[in-house]
Ligand binder design. Structure first.
Ligand SMILES: *[C@@H]1O[C@H](CO)[C@@H](O)[C@H](O)[C@H]1NC(C)=O
Ligand SMILES: *[C@@H]1O[C@H](CO)[C@@H](O)[C@H](O)[C@H]1NC(C)=O
Ligand SMILES: *[C@@H]1O[C@H](CO)[C@@H](O)[C@H](O)[C@H]1NC(C)=O
Length: 341
């Protein structure tokens, strides 16, 4: 782990040197562009709220923490918390309540992720930050809610890697090869990113508490793009860090867009042009321009949706076919749908 993080930090220095080297080349272009940006009128909105979604809002009986979209079957899986409520609700993308899971194996769901392969929904993963007998785990379910696999040590917070332990794991992302990325977590004890193989063995772990590159402070959301980069919403440090999927090497940091509030979510729009980030405390959704490959440069907000005070958006998911964005809101206790304009 020490070795991993030193490889990571030296990679950071290399990319800094590279940036300095290349800087003189692109300098004038960059300056000219920013003058035009300044003169340009405010960008048009990219998304608008669909106020008719959901059509059965009364079926959301708890507080929704996250959503996973199954674009194949046009379904939305909502992870919610509350006493004596089903922890997972399934809605259609038209907004109708379809079903609720019966499982009693969820304590306090946090992140939820739909694994879709060969145009089929294979499974649903949920991170559980509860303190009860099912807490501190990352669990895989069948689409109808049968428990298939438990990662971590149920009910026990910890930092070990053998046996694997979590402390309030925040989010999970599974890539097309079934490799698993987990950010651990929401609790403060662990501040790390873990990569597991398709047979659930630990491949590497990165990070400890701190604000250096490759360190984290409450890593809250993780996503892969299509060009081999891992994006981590490093909430407590008010920044997004990006790493290489193959080597784990550090690629870059975005921090200048998050001075007012840290990033809670990171997902990508269906055209892959923008990162979708919500900021809970200031009830805002940001669209940030994503460089198509390689270095991530300095972050640039291309569009903002300001929600009402107290809405408190927590995590999001995107329908990669239609582009619709779903937002789980802790303050408003609802899920909202935004559609591309
Ligand atoms: C939940 O169910 C238990 C057992 O049936 C009951 O004692 C408790 O009052 C219920 N809580 C709420 C908030 O309905
Ligand atoms: C974790 O790191 C952050 C800086 O990123 C710092 O503010 C915080 O105090 C640290 N927490 C602990 C328990 O050391
Ligand atoms: C959240 O935002 C409010 C103002 O909107 C501010 O007063 C408060 O300090 C913020 N809290 C945190 C934890 O950032």
């Amino acid at each position: 782990m020490k070795l991993k993080s030193s490889i990571c930090i030296s990679a950071a220095l290399v990319s800094l040197a590279l940036y300095v080297l290349l800087h003189s080349d692109g300098k004038h272009k960059v300056r000219a562009k920013s003058v035009f940006d300044f003169l340009r009128p405010a960008p048009r909105q990219l998304y608008k709220l669909d106020p008719s979604w959901p059509r059965n809002p009364e079926s959301i009986t708890g507080v929704p923490y996250d959503i996973a979209v199954d674009h194949v079957n046009s379904l939305v899986y909502i992870a919610q918390r509350g006493e004596n409520v089903s922890k997972v609700l399934v809605f259609t993308e038209d907004g109708y309540f379809k079903t609720a899971w019966k499982t009693n194996t969820l304590d306090m769901p946090h992140g939820i992720f739909a694994v879709i392969k060969e145009e089929q929904l294979k499974s649903i993963w949920i991170t559980d930050v509860g303190q009860g007998s099912y807490g501190h785990t990352v669990k895989q379910y069948s689409p109808s809610g049968s428990l298939l696999k438990i990662l971590g040590t149920p009910g026990i917070a910890g930092h070990l890697t053998s046996p694997l332990q979590f402390d309030q794991p925040a989010d999970i992302f599974v890539d097309p090869e079934d490799e698993i990325y987990i950010v651990d977590g929401d609790g403060g004890m662990n501040n790390r990113l873990l990569k597991l193989t398709d047979d659930f063995s630990l491949q590497w772990t990165m990070g400890e508490n701190g604000s250096d590159p490759c360190h984290f402070y409450i890593p809250h959301s993780v996503a892969l793009d299509d060009v081999g980069r891992i994006w981590v919403a490093d909430r407590g440090n008010k920044r997004i860090q990006v790493f290489d999927t193959a080597s784990g090497e550090f690629i870059g940091i975005w921090d200048s867009c998050f001075t007012e509030d840290g990033p809670y979510s990171v997902r990508f729009t269906s055209d892959k042009k923008y990162a979708v980030v919500v900021q809970l405390n200031i009830s805002r959704m940001l669209f940030l321009a994503v460089p198509p490959v390689g270095e991530i440069g300095v972050c640039k907000v291309v569009n903002t949706i300001q929600m009402a005070d107290g809405v408190r958006p927590h995590l999001v998911d995107v329908n990669i076919k239609t582009g619709s964005i779903y937002v789980a809101e802790l303050g408003a206790e609802q899920v909202q749908k935004y559609v591309p304009l």
